[in-house]
Every structure is written in structure tokens, then in C-alpha cells.
Write a protein that binds this ligand. Structure first.
Ligand SMILES: [Zn+2]
Length: 197
């Protein structure tokens, strides 16, 4: 796989956001620092200030180490335990805020937030029919506006890979599950969506 560290870069972006939010003294100031996700940033900063996220950064450091070792072409979903703790799955925040925090491009967030395009659908399948002999991979939980979305490819959120590279992603999923057990039912050994093109 030729990934050029794109998944690592994408994951480091989230990790550094969380590190920054962990060190803010006044949680309300996070609103101005992160105008793309003000409510969510304030919420996370507040949880950190109340010491309710003490195990989040150590878990993400472990996940980063594993991602570095595999250097995959697509970022795996963030540790579902962490996502749960910080409120990614909470309905208290808009899809725009959560998507911005996770580094999703606007072109993909729009159909998700406005047309409730919550899963890979027949339009994605139609596009995939144009691609022969490659496997399509997305970060679990992320739905691109198109399987050809350039911005998502650049951000390490989607990729086309060779059939023989799928096994390596499965190994990465298994290793993440063993190293970082969690209770989220939909994300057990599931950090990627992998489809035949
Ligand atoms: Zn897009």
C-alpha cells in the first residue's frame, strides 16, 4: 500500500485538537478558538476540565502507535470508546460540528446533514461499478458525497486499494480491537467500511 502517511496525518490532527482542548482553562473560550464546532469544542474542554476524560489521550496514543506501524491508506475510525466519551454519537451536537471536528470535507457533510445520506447507497454502488479490480475503503462512520471525492482521498478518509491489501486492514482492525477494547456494539472490529468495486 502506498499511503504516504495520510492516515497518520489525519489521526494526528484529531489528537492535537483534543490535546489542545485538554489544556484550556476556560472551556467557553474554546468557542472562539474552534468556530467550526463551537458547542462541541466547549463541551469537550469542559469534560477535560472536570477530569472526566483522563483516559482518552492515553488510548489515542496507543491507537496512533498502531496506525503508524500499519501506515494504512485510510484513517481507521477513532477509538469508539473515545468517541463515546467525548460525545461524537450524542445528538446534542449538529452533524456539521461533529463532521468538522472529525475532518470531514464540506462537500460530503452537506448530503449527510441535509439529505440524511447516512450510509453507502445505490448512487455509491453505481459509481463503484465504473471502477474495476479495486476495493473501496472508507473510515467507518464517514459517508463521502462521491466515491471519487478528491478532498476525502487527500484527507485519508477514502481510498481504492488492491484486493490483496484488504487483509492488512483486517489485521489492523483486529489489533485495534484487542489493544483498545470497547463496548460500542456497531464498532466491534469495525474501523473501516470495505466494499468490492
Ligand atoms: Zn466530498
Amino acid at each position: 500500500m502506498t499511503s504516504k502517511g495520510v492516515a497518520v496525518t489525519s489521526f494526528l490532527r484529531i489528537l492535537s485538537l483534543l490535546k489542545d482542548l485538554s489544556s484550556i482553562d476556560d472551556p467557553s473560550s474554546a468557542r472562539t478558538t474552534y468556530p467550526a464546532f463551537p458547542s462541541f469544542a466547549e463541551h469537550i474542554a469542559k469534560l477535560f476540565s472536570e477530569d472526566r476524560l483522563f483516559d482518552v489521550l492515553p488510548r489515542l496514543a496507543i491507537q496512533l502507535g498502531i496506525i503508524r506501524r500499519y501506515d494504512p491508506p485510510v484513517r481507521p475510525a477513532m477509538d469508539p470508546y473515545v468517541s463515546t466519551q467525548i460525545g461524537v454519537f450524542s445528538k446534542n451536537f449538529s452533524d456539521w460540528e461533529i463532521g468538522s471536528f472529525l475532518g470531514y470535507p464540506d462537500c460530503c457533510m452537506r448530503p449527510y446533514a441535509e439529505e440524511l445520506r447516512y450510509s453507502l447507497d445505490e448512487e455509491h454502488v453505481r459509481e463503484l461499478k465504473q471502477v474495476k479490480g479495486r476495493i473501496f475503503v472508507t473510515t467507518a462512520g464517514f459517508i463521502p458525497h462521491s466515491v471519487f471525492c478528491k478532498e476525502s482521498h487527500l484527507r485519508g478518509l477514502i481510498a481504492f486499494i488492491a484486493r490483496e491489501d484488504v487483509e492488512r486492514l483486517r489485521l489492523l482492525e483486529n489489533e485495534l480491537s484487542s489493544a483498545l477494547p470497547h463496548l460500542h456494539p456497531e464498532y466491534q472490529r469495525h474501523y473501516y467500511e470495505i466494499r468490492n468495486a
